[in-house]
Design a protein around this ligand. Structure first.
Ligand SMILES: [Zn+2]
Length: 155
């Protein structure tokens, strides 16, 4: 957690003007500030734009990953159509999951952060890779068992 520089500012309870510490009266509306219990302490976060910068970085990261996944798919199709189909089966589900989840969240909350999109994309891609690996292992085991069956039965 990064420490945000915070500015504690006294506000006039009457007009909301920012006040210097220890001022006896408001410079704007001349309200007597002797009763300090009424003085509101406000927190200003002047560098809230840093969040926007992070969002931009996350948005670019998400788009770069999507573009790379699509480019690799096109490369696979061009070099070997069969490999391209296998890649599409692996890459399409995470892209679709991310798109659908983003749309559903957009409809529910009205706003989806890019951090959320990127996390969904990375997790669903990892899930897809895991499923693809399990399928590959299952296919290998099936092939192995089939070979042994042929050897044992055929003699
Ligand atoms: Zn005032």
């Amino acid at each position: 957690m990064t420490q945000m520089p915070r500015l504690n500012l006294k506000l006039c309870p009457e007009c909301g003007a920012g006040l210097a510490a220890g001022a006896p009266v408001c410079w704007l509306c001349r309200r007597d500030l002797a009763d300090s219990s009424e003085v509101v302490m406000a927190e200003l976060v002047p560098d809230s734009k840093r969040v926007d910068a992070l969002e931009i970085v996350l948005a670019i990261s998400t788009l770069v990953i999507v573009v790379l996944m699509v480019l690799v798919g096109i490369g696979c199709f061009v070099s070997a159509p069969g490999l391209g189909v296998a890649y599409a089966l692996f890459a399409a589900p995470p892209l679709i999951i991310t798109l659908l989840r983003t749309q559903r969240q957009q409809a529910a909350t009205g706003k989806v952060s890019w951090a959320d999109r990127l996390l969904t994309l990375v997790l669903s891609t990892a899930l897809s890779a895991g499923v693809a690996m399990l399928l590959a292992v299952a296919a290998f085991i099936a092939f192995f068992v089939w070979c042994w069956y042929m050897i044992l039965s055929g003699g």
